[in-house]
Ligand binder design. Sequence first.
Ligand SMILES: [Zn+2]
Length: 238
Amino acid sequence: MVWIILFGGICASFMVAVTEAKHLNILYRRSRCDSCHHTLTWMELIPVASFVLLKGKCSQCKSNIDIGSFICELLLIFFYLLPIFYDLSLKDLTLYYLMITILIPVALNDFKTFTIPNHMSLLFLFTGLFLTDLQYIEPFKDIVIILILHLFYLLFSDSVGYGDIKLFTVITLITPVNFFVYTILLTYIIGGLFIIILHFYKSDMPRKIPLVPFITNALILAFILYEEINTIYFGGFL
Ligand SMILES: [Zn+2]
């Protein structure tokens, strides 16, 4: 379990760097402080612990370290451990680990910058197709879904970005069709609830709301509730 925690933390730091990367050189360059550019020592690179020990500040210039990476480390460790304590209802663990590893950093990036880097969508697509061995590709249904997504984008381009459409397209190609439908439904249910709650606390609503955090939440919920929703969806009113 210690290894999973360590691995989750290291994965998180790495994935945050990959998500924010503008050049390939992050893969071999040592990490630096964003303000004073001093090269971080290994003591400053231990996931979670470094941030806590340094109280979130650079050891040289004392400027604040971006908290996004720390949050990402905590979230990834938590969701890496989840399947150990909790039986996931959709038992495709490879898919589960792939999704949280890629989407949690992308969700945080979307939250900060309202963008989804193209290289992350591509990475998600290719690793997804490779790891799922193309078993969830259903050409006819997938094409119909992709057409609907694009139609949705043309009609409601104010409420959804093209980055989100690309992400949904990847998800439909690497998951079972019904799983994808649950994910879309849950995304808008969670997003809708969030907007209603936000209305109570804030009079001025933000003009843009990042969608990837909701997509990620929806995916994790779909993993946990897959069997239950299947029963309700196909055994209940439909
Ligand atoms: Zn510094």
